[in-house]
Design a protein around this ligand. Sequence first.
Ligand SMILES: Cc1cc2nc3c(=O)[nH]c(=O)nc-3n(C[C@H](O)[C@H](O)[C@H](O)COP(=O)(O)OP(=O)(O)OC[C@H]3O[C@@H](n4cnc5c(N)ncnc54)[C@H](O)[C@@H]3O)c2cc1C
Length: 481
Amino acid sequence: MASFSLSISLNPNHSINDTVFFHRRHFLRRVATVSRLSGRKFLKQNLSSTKPENNRRKKLAAVRMSSDSHSYDVVVVGAGIIGLTIARQLLNGSDLSVAVVDAAVPCSGATGAGQGYIWMVHKVPGSEKWELAMRSRELWEKFAEDVKYKGMDPQEVLGWKKTGSLLVGKTSQEMAALKGKVEQLSKAGLKAELLSGTNLQEVEPALVIGEEGGAAFLPDDYQLDARRSVAYIEKENRRYATEGRYGEYYNQALTGFLRSDNGKVEAVKTSKSLLYSKKAVVIATGCWTGSLMQELIRDLDIEFDVPVKPRKGHLLVIENFSSLKLNHGLMEAGYVGHQDATLRPGAEPSSISMTATMDTSGNLVLGSSRQFVGFNTEISEHIINQIWERAGEFFPSLRQFSLTDLEKTRHVRVGLRPFMPGGKPMIGLVPGLSNVFVAAGHEGEGLSLALGTAEMVADMVLGNPPKVDSAPYALHTHCSR
Ligand SMILES: Cc1cc2nc3c(=O)[nH]c(=O)nc-3n(C[C@H](O)[C@H](O)[C@H](O)COP(=O)(O)OP(=O)(O)OC[C@H]3O[C@@H](n4cnc5c(N)ncnc54)[C@H](O)[C@@H]3O)c2cc1C
């Protein structure tokens, strides 16, 4: 597949682990893999056949017998935060069996780069995504409580901490906007406060923004550590392997669908396996979803586009940094505009906005950049310097260090956010395919929105009434834009 230059230069920090398989005992019957067809050929020869029914059935049977095949109720493709939490929701909330497929390993996509804020401070009450954001936050709180109930420390296990968040303004215009924001958030039922420059200095002494400035403060906002949370979710999901309800198929890209005459996708083909999906297939492949779906439906009589684009982001991490103390998570007020910055006609191709968090291991995490540069994941020192300089404008004490001084303790995370035009993810059934769902396009909010998305997808698969209106995310809504 052309788009699989993916394989997989994504995160400089991730190491490719060995593939982990958990099979149902009766699926352990491993047979030689004879199908070495590429996804494209697979599609051509197996999906769009116009040959008579008998030939078709024989062909399907041949594939069935000759491939390394396994069967699950649901196959989830993509082991980022979205795919893994969907698997978790289905495993915890039903008796279905679930396979998770990834072209690489978890955290090799955007998820491994995520800063980890689960914040409401920059969200807009009443907007299309508000309900999903609120539900997700509630589910994250329950998740952390559940960890605690099981006798573990959510801070240790998930990097979970109620740090509170500060959306920081420097000018009187920004302060006026922040005042409106605090009123809006308070009306929506959240604890929110407007801090003057003096009050802000008291709660966050390292921050220097001048007298006109201040911040919108949400004391109940949280942060987590994406990698720790993913590791815990994987561990939880794997518990179901002993019941024969869970399988991981890592380091194997999805290459094709196997479709029956009634339009149902019967199985998915990966580079190593054939996985039958008795109930549903969920495609949660982040910024790769557009090219993947195009390839999968190319020879089917379906016209459908997932207009997701990779939006590169850098984060600068300084390990065990004790020279700056942060009491909260911080984001500059301009971050809100920064999300749209590179979209305006004639805009700079990259945008930098200050975000700063201290993770539970004492690492200072500084962000962030947004760039449209295709699937390129190389580290740009130029961008890193800009992030550092921007942070120095808010935390002048950082200026006593140069990035060269910090060479040994700094590292950079790069990820490709799945950007969707219109600013909201696609979550729903693929038009023309009766059992294939897409959940992708969460851009810079995938960690925050993951659990609400997972619940939404699981409810769709199970036919349960939705907890949150899913209409704004329906695939046809995006297509008609
Ligand atoms: C710098 C940065 C900071 C961020 N900070 C935050 C934050 O603080 N809070 C927040 O809420 N969000 C944040 N985000 C956004 C968040 O990380 C993403 O929205 C989220 O990780 C997207 O998750 P995903 O599962 O959709 O995609 P990904 O994590 O990219 O996962 C997609 C997976 O699909 C796999 N895949 C692709 N093609 C195939 C194929 N053909 N077959 C099988 N597998 C395939 C890939 O290998 C990958 O593992 C940040 C992002 C970046 C880059």
